[in-house]
Design a protein around this ligand. Structure first.
Ligand code: LRH
Length: 489
């Protein structure tokens, strides 16, 4: 008999895809059923996600997947923190905001003035990002929709609701709201109350692997999936799915999940909630099987993607292979930026913003696209080093290898420079770690595979990985790292 196929809906900040994974005891074969753009829309009152278009893309992808043969179940993951509000009839109120919308920063400041960063961290252990759900809700509260709102659903939970009618809050993603208790993994009633939010807005938590109903009749009709096709809860936070699929065969690894963001850190059994950890802005997000993703957000490929978007608009050649070739030939360490400068968060003219930061820090401006790309990639490699070393110190655990997963694993310069900068061997791949994690958690829920180690061994055995040994001029990386430290100070 053929091995079962699971459909992973994986929505990223720039594109969505439906990927099928055929899972056997010794095989794991992915195939892309459909890919569609995720294009945010700027309305007069802010930047929004085109959620109906994403839903339609997902249905088209599932239809394509169903054409390929039987689908044992469907799972959905997306980026974190964003949400929709449902009214008493279960209808979506308004169009969900994009976390890069500018309304969040002032709302975050207001909450912090009231509750305080230490108190928040002491409960949730979440890094401070101005767009954490709790701050977005604080901004939303003053609007007209708020009175009608009965349920908050994070984006993947909203899509699961539209697929199956099941309402719930998947726990890995719920941990990015800032409203979970990092110690217990439950909603913090105390914090929700302290923030003046209604407790009833937050649905019951569900764990990756739990059943989330079966596809609704309209989904059956459109996609051709058979009635009764299960929807399975996966690690619906894309980063949690990616970390679940890290192909580690030994403990003591660090990871960088590198896509729009670089999420760099360690997997722990228990949260680190110290003041030092808070000051370094490390997060304790939840992973599969109660693990803690102890990591920090680094701005990631966003910087490069936004540069390319500007260049394309100006008619400057911006094909990635060409740019990476130019970057490889550009002068090393000509300029170092802090990738997490708040100036880089919103969409816009990224080369000009990099110029602003370089001027502010008294560094020369790159003389062409290759110079910008080199500056971005070296700075990201340095940020990976800085973050992983901090994580090791704060958690008291020295990693011996870095697993770089996600789209960034295809970028050989970034992988090599991450090895050079960290002084650790880098295993790169799989690029589709998120979709793999999604598929594997579904497969496990259907009786295949055992613990997390089992899942990871299967990825290691079946997926193509590349290995990078640390090399390069170690002293030069040390000096550049000092420049990043100075920029972050
Ligand atoms: C990566 C990611 C990250 C979040 C951000 C909003 O896609 O989910 O883990 O912090 O998007």
């Amino acid at each position: 008999r053929e091995h079962p196929v699971f459909a992973a809906v994986d929505l990223g900040a720039t594109s969505g895809r439906v990927i099928t994974g055929r899972v056997g005891p010794d095989s794991l074969v992915l195939s892309e059923a459909c890919r569609f753009p995720n294009t945010p829309v700027r309305l007069p009152d802010g930047l929004r996600w085109d959620v109906p278009a994403l839903y339609q893309g997902m249905l088209d992808g599932l239809r394509e997947a169903a054409r390929g043969g039987p689908v044992a179940s469907v799972g959905v993951d997306t980026w974190a923190v964003d949400y929709g509000l449902l009214d008493a009839d279960g209808a979506l109120l308004g169009i969900p905001f994009h976390y890069r919308d500018g309304r969040n920063a002032p709302a975050a400041d207001a909450v912090l003035a009231d509750v305080g960063a230490r108190e928040l961290y002491g409960v949730s252990g979440l890094q401070h990002l101005p767009f954490n759900t709790l701050f977005q809700l604080a901004a939303h509260r003053s609007g007209a929709q708020w009175a009608a709102a009965r349920t908050v659903l994070l984006i993947p939970d909203l899509l699961v609701y539209w697929l199956s009618g099941a309402v719930g809050a998947e726990v890995t993603n719920a941990s990015t709201t800032g409203l979970l208790d990092a110690r217990t993994g439950n909603w913090s009633d105390a914090l929700i109350g302290r923030l003046g939010l209604r407790r009833s807005l937050f649905p019951p938590l569900r764990e990756p692997g739990a059943a989330a109903g079966t596809v609704l009749p309209h989904v059956v009709e459109y996609t051709g999936l058979p009635p009764g096709t299960p929807v399975t809860t996966v690690a619906s936070h894309d980063t949690a799915s990616a970390v679940a699929a890290v192909p580690a065969t030994e403990p003591g690894f660090a990871y960088v999940s590198c896509g729009t963001w670089s999420l760099a850190g360690l997997e722990l059994d228990a949260p680190v909630l110290t003041e030092e950890s808070r000051a370094a802005n490390f997060t304790n997000e939840r992973g599969v099987d109660g693990t803690v993703r102890y990591l920090r957000n680094i701005m990631g490929m966003w910087l490069l993607e936004e540069c390319r978007r500007s260049w394309r608009r100006w008619g400057v050649p911006a094909d990635l292979a060409g740019l990476l070739g130019e970057a490889a030939r550009a002068r090393p360490f000509a300029a170092v930026i802090d990738p997490d400068d708040p100036l880089f968060l919103a969409p816009g003219d990224m080369p000009a913003r990099i110029d602003t930061v370089l001027a502010r820090t008294g560094q020369p401006l790159p003389d062409g696209p290759g110079g910008y790309v080199r500056c971005v990639l070296e700075s990201l490699a340095l940020a990976h080093r800085r973050t992983l070393r901090q994580a090791a110190r704060l958690a008291g655990r020295e990693p011996t290898r870095v697993h770089l997963v996600g789209g960034g694993a295809r970028n050989a310069l970034l992988c090599q420079w991450t090895a050079d900068a960290t002084g650790l061997p880098v295993t790169a791949g799989p690029a589709e770690a998120t979709a793999l994690g999604n598929v594997l958690v579904q497969a496990r829920a259907h009786g295949l595979l055992g613990d997390l180690t089992d899942l990871r061994r299967l990825v290691a055995r079946t997926q193509e990985l590349r290995h990078y040994s640390p090399g390069g001029d170690g002293k030069a990386w040390d000096r550049a790292a000092d420049r990043l430290d100075a920029a972050c100070a």
